[in-house]
Write a protein that binds this ligand. Structure first.
Ligand code: ZN
Length: 942
C-alpha cells in the first residue's frame, strides 16, 4: 500500500506515514473520523500477519476488573454466541499467536496467522468479542472467570473463579509481591500501584454492575487502537471495521492515561512474603530509581545496557561486590520498561535485611567507583550483546508483528510517536560513539547517584500464612452454571472454519546434511540473517546417577568460571564481544524406544565473529579449571534459589515429569538432571558446602572427573545452522572439539523412580502432573489428535471451566505417551480423578465430522507453527539423532490427516486399561496436599 497523508479510505484518514528501516517497511497512522478510533498499519513483507485491538484501561482499583473483562469477553459474542469462541479458534484456526493480555494500563487482544482467510476469521471473532460480548445478557462469564461461591462436601462455602485462582497463584510468587511494593513506593496512587490483575480479597468485592459499567466505558471504539501488520489486503480490513463496527456507534471521549507522579519515601519501606517457616537470609531488598516520563530512546537503550554492565554476570562490578562481601545470593539490575514512567531497579535476593546499612553503603560506593570510570572493554562487550539481540529482533513466544505491537503500544498510548522505540539503529550508533566519552558513567551519576527519588523496599519472609477472606457461613451459592450446559455443536458451527483443503498435506521437511570428512557434523541450511547457531551435544547416555548429577552442575558452571588461559571476568568480556550468547543445558529426548541424553553447549555468533566464538567454546570445553571455590559455590547457591522460585511459579511440567519418571527413562533422566530429584540433591550439596566448606575438595574432584570423562574426552555431535552466505565465510574454520566428534549418540539408560510424591511449596494453589503408564501401547498420528481433544475439550471443561484452575492440558509431544498437567489449580482430588477418567471420555467420544476435522486442523497448526531458526536447528539435530526422518514425520502426518473417531475410541479403551497404575505428582499448597495425604507415597518439603 502506498497512501499519502490526508488520503481517506472507508472512513479513515491517513494522519502520519513514516518509513521505518528496522521493521522493513512503512508505518501508517490512521484515524477513523466518525468514532475517533486510531489504527496503526505496518506495511512490510512479513507473511506472518498480526491484528490486534488495544484499549487504554488504566487500572483504578485491585478488583481486577480489566483482567476479568479480558477473560470474559472471549466467552461468546452476538455474532458468535458459543460458550468459548477462544477455544473454538484454538481448535479450528491456523493461528500463529492467539491470546489476550492485561497490563496495568492497557488490555490487548492480538492474533497472528500466515493464512489470509484465517486472519480475516480471527479478526472477525476478536472484534465482535470485544465490542459485542454476551456479558450483557447474563452473569455466567463473569461468575466463571471472575468469582462465585460454591460449597465443599461439608457444606462450607468457598470462593471459586479462574481469575480468582490465577491471582492466588500469581501473588504467591515473592518476586511478584516485591514488584507490587516497588510500584507502590515509587509512584503516587495510579494504575501501577493497584494490583491490576486483581487481589483475591478485592476480586470478590467486584459487582456484576461495575463489571458491565467498565466494559461500556473502556471497550468503546473511540477508545480503541487497532493494529495491522504484514503483507495483506488492507482495504478489506478497513472496510470491515468501518462498516461493521466503527460507523455504527455514538462517539465518546477516548480515555486518557493518567499522568504519573513519582514519590519519595523518607525511610525504607518494609513488607513481607509468605514462606514455609522461619527463614534466615532469605530477605529481599530493592533500590528503585524512577527515570523520567518516556525517556529519549538513546537514554532508554543506554539504561538497559547499563543493567548488564552493572550486574549481568557474577563478574560485573555491582554483582561481584555484593557476592564478594557475602551480602546476597543474587543481585540483579532491571529496567522496568513497558510503563509510562520507567524505573531502574537494583534487586538483591536472599540477603539479610539487618545488614541494610552496610548493603546501602556498598551499593553507593560501588556506583561511585563505576561512575569514576568503567572498564571500557567490558562496556563494549555489553553493547555488542545488546546489538546482537536487537538485530536478531524477536522475543520468545511472540511473532515479530506482536513484538513490534507491544513496543508501539508502549509509546503510542501515551501520545508519543509510535516508532519512537522501534528505530534503534541511530541510537545504537550514538551509544557506540558516546560510550567512549563516558556516557555510561554519566548515566550512573544522573539517574542513579543523584536521583532524588530513590526508594528502598525491604521484604522479609513470614511463616504466618496469608489467609484470603472466606465467604460468610450463610453466603448464597452463586453458582457458575456454564459448566453444566451441554455443548451445542450447532452453535459452535457459527465460528468461521477452515477446511481440511485449506491446509498443507506435506510436512515441512528438515534439511539436515551430514558434512565433514575427518570429523562429521550436522549442517542445517536456514535463513539466519548472517548469524551462525552452533550446538554441541555431549553424550551422557551412559552416566550413572551420580555422574548425571555432576554433569548437570557442570552445565551451569562452564562458561561462567575461569579456564587455565583466561580468568572468569575476561572470559565474560570475550564472550560478550564475539558471541550473542554461550550457554549449556541438559537435553533428553525420545522417539519410539530410543532415548538420547546429552549436555548441550549452545552458542550463536555473527559469521564474521564465528572463528573467535568457536575457539572460545573449545577453550571452555577443554581448559576450564574448578579451583575457585567461591565462584562455584555462588553459582550453586543461585541454582538453588532459582529452582525454588520455579517450583512456586510454575511446576506443572516438573510434576508431569516426576510422574512419568516412574515408568519412562526419558523422564527419569529429566527429573534427575533438573527436576525434583535434582533439586533435593543440589540443595543438600549447598547445605553441606556451607556447614563443611572443606567438602569442596571432594566436589572439585568429582566435577573434574565428570568433565574429563564426558566433555573433554567424551563423544559429541556438532551441529551448525546458517545461511549459504555465512556458511561460505566460516567453512574453513576448524570445528571445535573435532577430536571427539561423531554423528551418533548412544541409547541412554537410567533407573526409574518409584512412588507418587508431593512437594509442598509456599503457595495457595497446586500444580498437578499425571502420566499413564501405557507407553508401549500408544502410538501414531491419532494419538496426537487424542492429546489435543483431551486438552481442549475434556480437561478445559472439567478442570478450568468447572473447577477454576487457570490452566490444564496434555503434553503435546509426539512420543508414545500421554501425560497431563494442571496449572494454578485449587484442586488435588478432583483434578487427579479427572485425569484418571480421560480414557472413559475418549472411548465414549461423539464428534461430528466437522468437529473432528477442526481438531485435525488444530494439530496441524501446532506442528507447523513457525519456529525461530535456532529452534528449528535444535529440533532438526534432535530428530536426526533420534532417527526420526522426514519419511517418519510425513507418515505421522498422513496418519493424523486420516484419523477416525474409531481410533480415538481405541486409544480411550487402552487408557482405561491403564488407569489403575497411572502415576501422579503434586507441587504446591501444603494445605491441599495434606488434605489428600493418603494418595501419596511420600510428601516432601521445599
Ligand atoms: Zn488471566
Amino acid at each position: 500500500m502506498k497512501y499519502n497523508i490526508g488520503d481517506t479510505l472507508h472512513g479513515f484518514v491517513v494522519e502520519q506515514r513514516r518509513h521505518v528501516k528496522e521493521v522493513g517497511g512503512d508505518l501508517y497512522i490512521l484515524r477513523h473520523t466518525h468514532s475517533g478510533a486510531m489504527l496503526c498499519y505496518v506495511d512490510n513483507d512479513d507473511r506472518n500477519k498480526t491484528y490486534s485491538i488495544t484499549f487504554a484501561t488504566p487500572s483504578h482499583d485491585s478488583t481486577g476488573v480489566f483482567h476479568i473483562l479480558e477473560h470474559s469477553v472471549l466467552c461468546g459474542s452476538q455474532k458468535y454466541p458459543v460458550d468459548d469462541p477462544f477455544v473454538e479458534l484454538m481448535k479450528s484456526s491456523l493461528y500463529t499467536f492467539l491470546n489476550a493480555m492485561t497490563f496495568p494500563d492497557k488490555t490487548m487482544y492480538p492474533v497472528s496467522s500466515m493464512n489470509d482467510k484465517d486472519l480475516m476469521n480471527l479478526m472477525s471473532v476478536y472484534t465482535d468479542a470485544v465490542f459485542r460480548p454476551l456479558i450483557y445478557d447474563n452473569e455466567n462469564a463473569f461468575r466463571q472467570e471472575g468469582w462465585h461461591i460454591e460449597r465443599d462436601e461439608n457444606g462450607k462455602p468457598y470462593y471459586q473463579g479462574v481469575v480468582y485462582n490465577e491471582m492466588k497463584g500469581a501473588l504467591g510468587d515473592p518476586e511478584e509481591t516485591l514488584y507490587q511494593a516497588v510500584f507502590n513506593e515509587s509512584y503516587e496512587p495510579c494504575q501501577y500501584t493497584t494490583v491490576s490483575g486483581g487481589h483475591p480479597d478485592h476480586i470478590v468485592k467486584l459487582t456484576y454492575e461495575d463489571f458491565i459499567a467498565n466494559h461500556k466505558k473502556y471497550y468503546h471504539p473511540s477508545n480503541a487502537r487497532f493494529y495491522l501488520y504484514g503483507k495483506m489486503e488492507i482495504d478489506e480490513k478497513l472496510r470491515f471495521l468501518d462498516e461493521e463496527y466503527l460507523s455504527k456507534v455514538e462517539p465518546q471521549e477516548a480515555i486518557e492515561e493518567p499522568k504519573i507522579t513519582v514519590k519519595k519515601q523518607e525511610k525504607p519501606f518494609y513488607c513481607t512474603y509468605t514462606a514455609d517457616g522461619e527463614k534466615k537470609n532469605e530477605d529481599y531488598i530493592a533500590f528503585t530509581y524512577p527515570i523520567c516520563e518516556m525517556p529519549a530512546f538513546t537514554t532508554y537503550l543506554g539504561l538497559s545496557v547499563l543493567t548488564d554492565i552493572l550486574a549481568d554476570t557474577n563478574y560485573d562490578p555491582l554483582k561481584k561486590r555484593i557476592l564478594d562481601k557475602g551480602l546476597a545470593v543474587e543481585c540483579e539490575c532491571e529496567m522496568i520498561e513497558d510503563i509510562a514512567y520507567p524505573l531502574f531497579t537494583i534487586k538483591l535476593r536472599h540477603c539479610d535485611a539487618s545488614r541494610l546499612d552496610e548493603i546501602e553503603r556498598e551499593v553507593t560506593a560501588c556506583l561511585e567507583e563505576c561512575a569514576a570510570g568503567l572498564d571500557r572493554e567490558a562496556v563494549r562487550a555489553k553493547l555488542s550483546t545488546t546489538e546482537f539481540s536487537l538485530r536478531e529482533g524477536s522475543a520468545a513466544g511472540l511473532t515479530k508483528g506482536l513484538y513490534y505491537n507491544i513496543q508501539i503500544a508502549d509509546t503510542w498510548l501515551y501520545g508519543y510517536e509510535p516508532w519512537r522505540y522501534l528505530e534503534y539503529e541511530e541510537s545504537l550508533a550514538t551509544l557506540k560513539e558516546i560510550m567512549e566519552k563516558g556516557y555510561f558513567e554519566d548515566l550512573i551519576r544522573v539517574f542513579l547517584l543523584w536521583n532524588q527519588n530513590r526508594n528502598i523496599v525491604v521484604m522479609t519472609p513470614t511463616a504466618t500464612e496469608k489467609k484470603y477472606a472466606e465467604p460468610d457461613e450463610n453466603a448464597a451459592v452463586t453458582a457458575n452454571d456454564r459448566g453444566a450446559s451441554d455443548r451445542d455443536e450447532k452453535k459452535d458451527a457459527c465460528i468461521p472454519h477452515l477446511n481440511i483443503d485449506d491446509i498443507e498435506k506435506k510436512a515441512v521437511p528438515f534439511l539436515t546434511e551430514v558434512k565433514g570428512k575427518e570429523a562429521p557434523f550436522l549442517y542445517h541450511p536456514l535463513k539466519t540473517d548472517g548469524i551462525v547457531y552452533a550446538d554441541l551435544f555431549f553424550d551422557i547416555g551412559q552416566a550413572s546417577d551420580d555422574e548425571l548429577f555432576d554433569v548437570s552442575i557442570l552445565t551451569s558452571l562452564l562458561g561462567n568460571i575461569a579456564t587455565s588461559d583466561t580468568d572468569g571476568k575476561t572470559l565474560q568480556t570475550k564472550l560478550g564481544l564475539y558471541t550473542g550468547s554461550l550457554s549449556m543445558s541438559g537435553s533428553v529426548s525420545s522417539y519410539d524406544s530410543r532415548v538420547i541424553s546429552s549436555a548441550v553447549l549452545r552458542f550463536k555468533a555473527l559469521a564474521d565473529n564465528y572463528a573467535q566464538a568457536a575457539s572460545l567454546a573449545e577453550e571452555i570445553l577443554t581448559k576450564t579449571v574448578f579451583d575457585d571455590q567461591k565462584a562455584i559455590c555462588d553459582l550453586i547457591d543461585q541454582m538453588v534459589t532459582e529452582l525454588q522460585l520455579g517450583f512456586i511459579n510454575n511446576s506443572s511440567q516438573i510434576a508431569a515429569i516426576r510422574a512419568a519418571a516412574t515408568h519412562n527413562t526419558r523422564d527419569a533422566i529429566l527429573d534427575k538432571t533438573g527436576g525434583i530429584r535434582f533439586y533435593q540433591r543440589i540443595k543438600a550439596l549447598k547445605e553441606k558446602l556451607v556447614s563443611e566448606p572443606e567438602s569442596f575438595t571432594a566436589l572439585k574432584a568429582r566435577l573434574e572427573a565428570a568433565y574429563d570423562k564426558f566433555i573433554r574426552n567424551g563423544k559429541a555431535v556438532f551441529s551448525l545452522a546458517c545461511d549459504e552466505e555465512s556458511y561460505e565465510k566460516i567453512k574453513d574454520t576448524p570445528l571445535p572439539m573435532r577430536g571427539i566428534l561423531t554423528d551418533t549418540i548412544s541409547q541412554a539408560h537410567s533407573a526409574l523412580l518409584s512412588g507418587n510424591i508431593a512437594l509442598c511449596a509456599p503457595c495457595d494453589i497446586v500444580f498437578n502432573g499425571y502420566s499413564f503408564n501405557a507407553d508401549s501401547d500408544l502410538s501414531g498420528g491419532a494419538l496426537l489428535l487424542a492429546k489435543k481433544i483431551l486438552s481442549l475439550e475434556y480437561l478445559w471443561q472439567k478442570i478450568r471451566v468447572e473447577n477454576g484452575a487457570y490452566g490444564c492440558g496434555t503434553i503435546p509431544n509426539s512420543a508414545k505417551r500421554l501425560d497431563m498437567w494442571s496449572y494454578r489449580d485449587p484442586q488435588v482430588g478432583i483434578t487427579l480423578n479427572t485425569f484418571r477418567h480421560a480414557g472413559e471420555f475418549l472411548s465414549k467420544l461423539q464428534l461430528s465430522d466437522r468437529a473432528l476435522e477442526d481438531y485435525i486442523i488444530s494439530v496441524v497448526r501446532s506442528l507447523d507453527n513457525p519456529q525461530l531458526p535456532r529452534a528449528t536447528a535444535y529440533l532438526s539435530s534432535v530428530y536426526y539423532l533420534l532417527g526420526r526422518d522426514n519419511a517418519a514425520i510425513q507418515r505421522e502426518r498422513d496418519e493424523l490427516l486420516s484419523s477416525t473417531l474409531g481410533e480415538l475410541h481405541t486409544i480411550g479403551d487402552k487408557l482405561n486399561k491403564y488407569a489403575d497404575d497411572a502415576a501422579f505428582c503434586t507441587v504446591g499448597s501444603a494445605e491441599n496436599i495434606e488434605a489428600h495425604k493418603d494418595l501419596y507415597d511420600a510428601i516432601l518439603k521445599l
